[in-house]
Ligand binder design. Structure first.
Ligand code: DQA
Length: 141
C-alpha cells in the first residue's frame, strides 16, 4: 500500500516553531517514524509552502497512492482550492494537526479542508501522523 504524506506551509521549519505547541520532530523525522512503525506501507513525502503546488499534488494523488495523510498547515483554515481538490481525490484521506486546535485561536477553528477528508486528528504532536496511519490501515480496502 502506498501512502502519500503531504505537509503544507511552514511545516518545513518545525525546528524554528514553538515545540511545546507543535513537535520537536521535523517533517523528515515524522516520515521516518511512520516508516519504522508501519512497515507494511510505502510512504512518500511532499511538502510545499505554495497553495497551487499542494492542489496539484492532491489532484494527482489518487492515480498513484492508496491513501493520503495531509497536514495542510494554515491552509486548513482558508483554502477552498485545497478543499475542492480533496473532494475530487477519492482515496481514503486523513487530515492531521500537530497542535490541539480546539484549544487555540478562533481563526483556527474553521476547518475547511477537513470537511473533505474521512476525518481529522489534532493535538498529538508527531503521534497525530501515527494515529492517521493506523486509521488508514483500517479504512483502506
Ligand atoms: C498546524 C495548525 C495550523 O493552525 C498552523 O497554521 C500550522 C500547523 C498543526 O499541525 O498543528 O501551521 O497545521
Amino acid at each position: 500500500m502506498k501512502i502519500l504524506v503531504i505537509n503544507g506551509p511552514n511545516l518545513n521549519l518545525l525546528s524554528k516553531r514553538d515545540e511545546s505547541i507543535y513537535s520537536n520532530f521535523n517533517v523528515d523525522q515524522i516520515v521516518e517514524l511512520l516508516r519504522n512503525e508501519f512497515k507494511e506501507f510505502e510512504f512518500s513525502s511532499f511538502q510545499s509552502n505554495v497553495e497551487g503546488e499542494l492542489v496539484s499534488k492532491i489532484q494527482s494523488a489518487d492515480e498513484n497512492f492508496d491513501g493520503l495523510i495531509i497536514n495542510p498547515g494554515a491552509y486548513a483554515h482558508t483554502s477552498i482550492a485545497m478543499m475542492d481538490a480533496l473532494e475530487i481525490c477519492k482515496i481514503p484521506k486523513i487530515e492531521v494537526h500537530l497542535s490541539h486546535l480546539a484549544n487555540r485561536e478562533d481563526y483556527r477553528q474553521t476547518l475547511l479542508t477537513a470537511k473533505n477528508t474521512n476525518g481529522y486528528i489534532s493535538g498529538f504532536k508527531e503521534n497525530s501522523y501515527l494515529a492517521a496511519a493506523y486509521l488508514l490501515k483500517k479504512i483502506i480496502r
